[in-house]
Design a protein around this ligand. Structure first.
Ligand SMILES: Cc1cn([C@H]2C[C@H](O)[C@@H](COP(=O)(O)OP(=O)(O)OP(=O)(O)O)O2)c(=O)[nH]c1=O
Length: 182
């Protein structure tokens, strides 16, 4: 059995698109970033801790977990704490390039696979009006960097994988799953 250790509806959709049969069991613990490890290693640890938490309940299953962050000048912009926070973040991203990083973890019995995928995202120049109306829609609140590429018109172009920005890099998951020894 495959267990997706995530409450993200986007991750569920992406895994479905890949054709897997799975159940969903989100991890509940707070995400703690140990930045002394460097961004990518810290992200891997967060993804791994989600998978390990869920493995406690499904020890014979393949557990898939992920964590997505937005990085601007090496600084992590997580989910917004308030509307004001979201407005500040979107102003900071306007007319600039940033990175979206997703750490992926797959655990099956004694095997652990970890990968960080990075996509460069280039934002258009946003007006105050664009920002306010998006933030007022409330859609930003559960998303790293306060935006969802799939539902806003803020992105000029990206370099790298689109599904990585949405929360689960399709081809990374596919390639890890091929390496899992059943
Ligand atoms: C940048 C960006 C993020 N996101 C989402 C993906 C993730 O759901 C969320 C980042 O938060 P995460 O903490 O990675 O994931 P989550 O809290 O939604 O789910 P869980 O911890 O249970 O796995 O931001 C988008 O949907 N679109 C985007 O363009």
């Amino acid at each position: 059995m495959i267990v997706l250790a995530s409450k993200s509806p986007r991750r569920k959709e992406i895994l479905k698109d890949l054709g897997y049969d799975f159940i969903v069991c989100p991890a509940k613990k707070d995400e703690v970033f140990d930045l002394s490890l460097g961004l990518d290693e810290a992200l891997k640890k967060v993804a791994e801790s989600k998978a390990k938490e869920v493995r406690e309940f499904y020890s014979d299953s393949i557990i898939i977990s992920a964590d997505t962050i937005v990085c601007l000048n090496q600084k992590i912009l997580g989910k917004p704490k308030s509307k004001e926070d979201a407005i500040k973040t979107l102003n900071a991203l306007s007319n600039r390039r940033h990175q979206v990083k997703t750490g992926v973890c797959v655990i099956y019995k004694k095997q652990t696979f970890l990968h960080v995928e990075t996509t460069d995202v280039y934002f258009k120049k946003l007006t105050e009006q664009d920002i306010i109306s998006y933030v007022n829609s409330g859609k930003c609140m559960d998303k790293a960097g306060s935006y969802g590429i799939q539902e806003c018109d803020f992105v000029d172009h990206i370099e790298g994988d689109y599904t990585n920005v949405v929360g689960l890099p399709k081809y990374v998951v596919e390639s890890i799953m091929k390496d899992v020894a059943l």
